[in-house]
Design a protein around this ligand. Structure first.
Ligand SMILES: Cc1cc2nc3c(=O)[nH]c(=O)nc-3n(C[C@H](O)[C@H](O)[C@H](O)COP(=O)(O)OP(=O)(O)OC[C@H]3O[C@@H](n4cnc5c(N)ncnc54)[C@H](O)[C@@H]3O)c2cc1C
Ligand code: SF4
Ligand code: SF4
Length: 561
């Protein structure tokens, strides 16, 4: 250990060295400045040059002390988001022999793909192609599936991230629940609350499983709606009596309905525990993949379309649920209890490509999902007159143009033009879509029993906070920013953190899967090498842009820099 005197001497020596570098720079650059003679500004220009050179030399001499470091890589990965992109990334890493923690905030993995009926351009049944993959993820020995969980803290750098995950209490033991549904059947509040999976078109109990093929297949109690969790009482049973009742059941003793709520009494394996608590789990991983997907843009951002005012105006995701055999109408197009439509209008670009809504980008999937939905409606209700109003059709993917041509040839009408407003036809349930046919250059009015709004995609709620926690930048449209849009499309500006699927930008399933495999490959190359290089990062301030908030200084203090 160096003594205090030795340390002081060291500091003096360092200061002298810096001074020497300054002097050398001054001499060198004063000479340089003499050569750049400009009438009227010689002295000023020379002084500025000298000052810049001194600053550069001092910075360089100090930076020279910061060295690249090679660190060991923890051979585990974290994937945040269990949609199709996160699932594929997790499977590829797990198949390569590394442990993966897959954190999903909902009770089941699957993401939006689980909600879709058929998928363009091949019209495969979404649930049929997704279910085997859900099972693979749930059963993979290298995947630690943490559903109903969220990342709440991240520290460290490539090779060694320390991550805090909040595992929310499900009040049901995942390991012993058989998914038999008896609790849901018995629940006092059965069928009272909107099921998020069916975008509120079906109802669920406080104890529920989001959809029949969910993984994990176990049930979850929603603490916001369960009587015991909200009020500490369900019927005559209190939390205390329920805890005792569960112990009695374990001992094989009889329990009355005054001691335990109906869900507990109905549960054969006795796996409901109303005293379960949230858990904070700490993970240590070598790299992270962000796959938090998207939310649909609320159609209310275009109030002229009267979404939420008239029940026969639905968004694209609602149409998927109506069209699905497992949806609220078992695949029949009886929207809001109405008969099958005689006239239907699809509107593209709802929210997207519009500076007034704040979503100026193209959402890339709406043209194609509207073509798919128009085809499905035509198939289910052959007598229905279908019109698709479009801005311009972007059928850019493999097989997309062919699919679009096929749909156009099915007798429905594609008309170029955007709707200006929708209003109710007086004295009927029908609505009128007012638009301009930009090919004919004339205003048109289309009467309809059903209007489907082709809403676009935006980053899923909370992704901004998560990216901030990870130190990852966002693009102006709020999606995660890639390190380079062409050459490093799955890397972010934080080494060891990668992005995939709709968290990076709107995209369809094939592109989400391809990008997931890319992100998995990129992270695998870090894990397989076992070592990572940490490079010093130098901050530069653009003086013209600086508004003096000192937030960087605060950030540096927070991380102890
Ligand atoms: C109406 C409609 C129809 C469509 N039809 C088709 C089609 O026919 N064919 C096609 O190719 N594509 C279609 N798409 C696009 C398709 O849905 C997407 O390509 C695909 O779902 C993207 O997958 P993802 O995993 O990136 O995102 P998501 O499916 O959104 O999955 C993201 C997952 O991350 C979870 N998550 C979010 N935030 C967090 C967090 N902070 N922590 C933990 N977990 C989090 C979410 O709960 C979700 O499970 C359609 C889209 C829409 C809107
Ligand atoms: S009754 Fe018990 S085992 Fe059956 S689904 Fe409900 S919690 Fe699971
Ligand atoms: S405690 Fe009551 S409200 Fe809560 S899940 Fe059980 S039966 Fe339903």
């Amino acid at each position: 250990m160096a003594t205090e005197a030795e340390a002081d001497e060291e500091k003096v020596k360092e200061a002298e060295e810096v001074e020497e570098v300054k002097e050398a720079a001054e001499v060198k650059d004063a000479g340089k400045a003499k050569d750049t003679k400009k009438p009227g500004s010689e002295t000023e220009e020379a002084t500025r040059h000298v000052m810049e050179s001194i600053r550069d030399s001092v910075e360089k001499s100090l930076l020279g002390q910061i060295e690249e470091k090679e660190v060991d890589v923890v051979p585990e990965a974290l994937v945040i988001g269990g949609g199709i992109a996160g699932m594929y990334a997790a499977l590829d890493i797990a198949d390569a022999g590394f442990k993966v923690h897959l954190v999903e905030r909902l009770p089941s993995i699957g993401g939006h793909m689980a909600q879709l009926d058929k998928t363009f351009p091949t019209l495969d049944c979404s649930a049929c192609i997704l279910t085997p993959r859900l099972v693979d993820v749930g059963a993979h020995p290298n995947i630690n599936l943490m559903s109903y969980s969220e990342v709440v803290g991240v520290e460290g750098a490539i090779g060694n991230f320390k991550v805090k995950v909040l595992k929310k209490a499900k009040y049901v033991d995942e390991a012993t629940c058989t998914g038999c549904m008896m609790c849901e059947e018995a629940c006092r509040l059965k069928g009272r609350f909107p099921n998020e999976f069916d975008v509120g078109l079906m109802k669920r109990a406080p104890i529920y499983r989001p959809f029949p093929f969910a993984i994990p297949a176990s049930y979850t109690i929603d603490a916001e709606t369960c009587l015991m969790q909200k009020k500490g009482k369900c019927g005559k049973a209190t939390l205390e009596s329920t805890i005792e009742a569960v112990k009695k059941i374990e001992r094989g003793e009889e329990v009355t309905k005054n001691e335990a709520p109906p869900c507990v009494l109905a549960c054969g394996p006795n796996c409901i525990h109303h005293d379960m608590e949230d858990e904070l789990v700490e993970l240590n991983v070598g790299g992270i993949i962000v796959a938090t997907g998207y939310d649909i843009i609320e159609p209310e951002c275009m109030p002229e379309y009267k979404y939420g005012v008239y029940p026969n105006i639905v968004n694209g995701l609602e149409f998927e649920r109506y069209s699905s055999a497992s949806g609220p109408t078992m695949g029949k197009i009886n929207v809001a209890g109405m008969p099958e439509p005689k006239d239907a209008v699809f509107l593209s670009c709802v929210g997207s490509r519009n500076s007034q809504t704040g979503y100026e980008y193209c959402s890339r999937v709406c043209c194609m999902y509207l073509a798919k939905q128009a085809h499905l409606l035509e198939e289910k209700v052959p007598d229905c007159n279908i019109t698709v109003l479009y801005q311009d059709v972007r059928a850019f993917g493999k097989g997309f143009e062919e699919f679009y041509d096929r749909v156009k040839g099915e007798g429905l009408s594609y008309r170029r033009g955007l709707a200006s407003e929708i209003y109710k036809k007086p004295g009927s349930n029908r609505v009128v879509v007012r638009a301009e046919d930009t090919m004919l250059g004339e205003p048109i009015e289309l009467e309809a029993d059903l209007v489907i709004l082709g809403v676009g995609l935006k980053p899923s709620e909370g992704t901004d906070k998560l990216l901030e926690m990870l130190g990852v930048s966002r693009t102006s449209d709020n999606f995660a920013k890639e390190a380079h849009p062409k050459l490093r499309p799955v890397d972010t500006d934080v080494a060891g953190v990668f992005v995939t699927g709709c968290a990076q930008g709107p995209k369809d399933i094939p592109d989400s899967v391809a990008q997931a495999k890319g992100a998995a490959g990129a992270l695998l190359s870090v894990l397989a090498r076992g070592k990572a290089t940490i490079r010093p990062t130098v901050v530069e301030i653009e003086e013209e842009m600086c508004i003096g908030t000192k937030s960087l200084v605060e950030m540096a203090e927070n991380i102890g820099a």
